[in-house]
Design a protein around this ligand. Structure first.
Ligand code: NAP
Ligand code: GCO
Length: 269
């Protein structure tokens, strides 16, 4: 076990997971804390922050601090980073760009303002937060950046034009950070979750008035070789790998954790 523990341990590392008050970010932060990391997370809402802090404590993650910070605001990101470094007395070793939103609106009905907001949160913010943490990583000659991508980094579907454009862009931002900073022993990879049961996807799983499954729910189960939705726990091992020494020569990759969706043509009718 010593070898495995050494390779996957995050002991003493400082990880900043954006948007980790619930959902995928929460599961990643909890996993990192259990692997020995010190954890900083942020979200926009005070009540979400308080609830999350209580949940982390209940789940046994002691060295976790939460911050109110909108990741689209460069000023807030810079001051939050300074506060994080001051509170923990060290710079960020692992950044997970997880905060994200989706707007499901047919493209011809979507306003440019809505489109820009999705791009701002799901793509530009990853640039802003990465830009903030990179100088200290370059100085230390060590760092991990993990961008939470999506099936929509590869695939399109009705109503998600902005989200797909952002997540496709995030895939390329990932490759570019790798290209530009790989020489400093910084690894930037993406995690591409399949369809995961979280608040973001709750509307797609709502029961119909007659108690039957939402048609999209049945569609996704049929489209996934694993024949189920993913859970946030399914993402913990893969994101731990990408944050740990075990992945030190893995760079610019997107690790899809999708129960096989991208490999599958779909069931014959
Ligand atoms: P979620 O349940 O909606 O959680 C989103 C988190 O992001 C919350 O903590 C939210 O807190 C925070 N957030 C949103 N906008 C923010 C902003 N501007 N600044 C700071 N924090 C912000 O979403 P999720 O399903 O866990 O998804 C997490 C990430 O995985 C997203 O990037 C999403 O696109 C991606 N993803 C999800 C799935 C899926 O099936 N669920 C699949 C692939 C990829 P506040 O509202 O308090 O800010
Ligand atoms: C949608 C979903 C997806 C997922 C996820 C897939 O409406 O199709 O919300 O976009 O959230 O990103 O990987």
């Amino acid at each position: 076990m010593g070898f495995v523990n050494d390779k996957f341990s995050l002991e003493g590392k400082l990880a900043w997971i954006t948007g980790a008050s619930y959902g995928i970010g929460y599961a990643i932060a909890l996993c990192y804390a259990r692997a020995g990391a010190r954890v900083a997370f942020n979200c926009r809402h005070r009540d979400g922050l308080e609830k999350a802090l209580a949940a982390y404590a209940t789940d046994g993650a002691a060295d976790v601090r939460g911050y109110i910070c909108d990741v689209t605001d460069e000023g807030q990101v810079k001051s939050t980073l300074s506060q994080i470094e001051k509170d923990f007395g060290q710079s960020v070793d692992i950044l997970v760009n997880n905060a994200g939103i989706i707007k499901r609106i047919p493209m011809t009905e979507m306003s440019a303002e809505d489109f820009r907001q999705v791009i701002d949160i799901d793509l530009t913010a990853a640039f802003i937060v990465s830009k903030a943490v990179l100088p200290a990583m370059v100085e230390k000659r060590r760092g991990k950046i993990i961008n939470i991508c999506s099936m929509m980094s590869e695939l399109g579907r009705e109503t998600v034009s902005a989200y797909a454009a952002a997540k496709g862009g995030l895939k390329m931002l990932t490759r570019n950070i790798c290209s530009e900073y790989g020489k400093y022993n910084i690894q930037c990879n993406g995690l591409g979750p399949g369809y995961i049961a979280t608040p973001q996807t709750a509307p797609l799983r709502e029961r119909q008035p007659d108690g039957s499954r939402h048609p999209f729910d049945s569609f996704i189960v049929a489209k996934t070789p694993a024949e189920r939705w993913g859970t946030t726990d399914d993402l913990q091992g893969p994101t731990l790998f990408l944050a740990s020494e075990a992945s030190d020569f893995v760079n610019g990759q997107i690790l899809y954790v999708d129960g096989g969706i991208l490999a599958y043509i779909g069931k014959q009718p």
